[in-house]
Design a protein around this ligand. Structure first.
Ligand code: FAD
Length: 398
């Protein structure tokens, strides 16, 4: 298997987008469910590693698509891109779901008695046609088609009866696009936790049909009883942010959560210096951290040229690194793109008081896209989806 390769540069993201856009209409709508295999041309865009780390933004993708298609003819594709935005907004307003996932994963790691069953599922040694292939494909390429992710999660939970949180953890450790919101909430959705009581059952016929007959696994679970949990806390409002005083000289901190600060902070912002963090610590696996390291190296040149300032690369995001960089730039403000719920957000929350003790403000800036869409992720995707055209117009996004 050679599989897809994802060079981690913004120019690669832009060129993929350009190549994909003509196919974002009916070709995508009719072909998106088919997974022809890692070495064949699929109808999907394979943009997820780029949009996950915002080497390219959802806004740029939707703008490029709506330049060539009406919103109606590219509706399916635009909605899929908006699933990503929806999951992010949903989790942002219910951060305890992320914390519970981490607790559940840790509990399952300690208590699940059949470690050999987990090892065999992860190594693709269960004997289940397709499932074993997807396990190997994930580990070798860092990517799986959306339908394969759904089948895999369903078989993991309902046929193999393994803990869902360990399956979600396996994905996080190997996906290049590993994402706290899309991954956790998709696994929860398959398990019947996200839309309470509604599960996703993988069937032999569906797999055979949408893999072009490559796989037809036998012995799959015939029923999928929803997992249960205590009710999820009600949605909280989005966290208030410290206002960004754009005129105040600042150190720009670039993290893996948004590697495209050129489109967030204007070129004439008072950026005195930039620190690019290629930290593996707040990512889950080698595939993701390798991608981010390469993207960070490329960002160094881009940031220097765009903000006309010195740029430094660090592999460790600590209070001392930030304090030293801010003091070297002679600034008392660090600006960075907003870190959504996940390990980096937790780390920044811990770093902020240490910086404040040195008289340095850490200011997180949210994109207009997130600001406008996220508050609508209070309920299910259906009401969110209904609002998409209006919000795109309101934000001038399409
Ligand atoms: C169990 C499971 C786990 C998943 N884990 C992740 C994850 O960790 N990170 C991640 O980015 N996506 C995740 N997804 C969502 C989806 O599978 C991938 O985003 C998609 O397969 C990426 O391929 P693509 O770029 O070719 O998608 P396309 O079909 O070309 O879609 C375009 C873009 O829309 C977004 N998108 C499409 N489908 C979804 C979806 N169902 N949910 C959220 N966003 C979507 C992605 O950003 C994608 O790049 C998961 C789905 C499942 C079922």
């Amino acid at each position: 298997m050679s599989g897809p390769v994802f060079p981690a540069t913004r120019s690669e993201a832009l060129s993929r987008l350009t190549q994909f856009v003509p196919h974002a209409g009916s070709a995508y709508a009719s072909g998106r469910n088919t997974d022809p295999g890692p070495d064949a041309q699929a109808a999907v865009s394979k943009l997820s590693p780029y949009v996950r780390y915002r080497l390219i933004t959802e806004q740029e993708i939707v703008a490029a698509v709506s330049d060539q298609h009406s919103l109606q003819s590219a509706e399916k594709y635009v909605q899929e891109v908006l699933w990503r935005t929806y999951w992010k907004g949903w989790l942002e307003m219910r951060p305890s779901v992320w914390t519970h996932f981490i607790e559940e994963r840790n509990r399952s790691r300690e208590n699940f008695p059949n470690a050999r069953a987990i090892a065999s599922a992860e190594a693709g040694l269960t004997g289940i046609d397709g499932f074993d292939d997807w396990a190997r494909e994930l580990v070798e390429t860092g990517y799986l088609h959306n339908h394969a992710r759904m089948w895999f999660a369903s078989i993991w939970i309902f046929t193999l009866r393994l803990p869902w949180a360990l399956g979600a953890d396996f994905f996080l450790r190997h996906l290049i696009d590993a994402d706290s919101a899309s991954n956790t909430l998709s696994w929860r959705w398959v398990a019947g936790l996200q839309t309470v009581g509604k599960t996703y059952l993988a069937t032999t016929d569906n797999i055979a049909r949408y893999t072009n007959g490559r796989f037809a696994p036998k012995g799959l679970a015939q029923e999928a009883f929803a997992l249960t949990e205590a009710p999820v806390a009600a949605a909280r409002p989005l966290p208030e942010l410290t206002p960004n005083d754009a005129a105040q000289p600042a150190l720009l901190l670039v993290t893996h959560e948004d590697m495209n600060p050129e489109s967030l902070f204007p070129a004439n912002a008072s950026i005195k210096s930039a620190l690019i963090a290629a930290e593996a610590e707040y990512l889950w696996g080698d595939a993701a951290s390798g991608f981010v390291r390469e993207a960070a190296t490329g960002a160094t040149t881009r940031m220097g040229a765009h903000f006309n300032c010195p740029v430094q690369l660090t592999e460790r995001l600590s209070a001392i690194t930030l304090i030293n960089a801010a003091q070297a730039a002679n600034v008392s403000q660090i600006v960075t793109a907003y870190a959504p719920v996940g390990p980096l957000a937790d780390a920044l929350a811990l770093l902020a008081p240490a910086l404040a003790a040195e008289g340095i403000r850490l200011v997180q800036v949210r994109r207009d896209w997130d600001e406008l869409f996220w508050p609508h992720a209070k309920k299910g995707f259906f009401p969110f989806k209904e609002r998409i055209p209006d919000i795109l117009r309101e934000g001038g996004f399409a």
